[in-house]
Ligand binder design. Structure first.
Ligand code: SF4
Length: 90
């Protein structure tokens, strides 16, 4: 599900690919990086397909919905400190 009002005529591509629960617009982070590579993606599901963004939780003061690990990274992207912390996109 994308963000934005479908009645608006100027829906950007970033809005179209951004999932609710992301800290900022998808695609505004480092090129080629995904949420699955980001240290803020917490409570990852056992199949490593989705997770919850801790940056969203910090800013909104509530936990957001799970986001796909393959989502393009946003501007708050932080690289994982260890390779095992990262989720590869599918
Ligand atoms: S790139 Fe990181 S901070 Fe941005 S939405 Fe994805 S998990 Fe959250």
């Amino acid at each position: 599900m994308s963000l934005g009002n479908q009645n608006l005529t100027d829906i950007s591509g970033q809005q179209a690919i951004t999932s609710p629960g992301m800290a900022h617009w998808a695609g505004t982070g480092p090129r080629g990086k995904t949420c699955g590579n980001c240290a803020y993606l917490k409570t990852k599901t056992i199949d490593f397909v989705t997770g919850r963004c801790d940056k969203y939780r910090q800013m909104m003061r509530k936990e957001g919905p799970a986001i796909p690990a393959r989502s393009l990274a946003c501007k708050y992207f932080e690289p994982c400190k260890t390779i095992n912390q990262s989720i590869t996109s599918r």
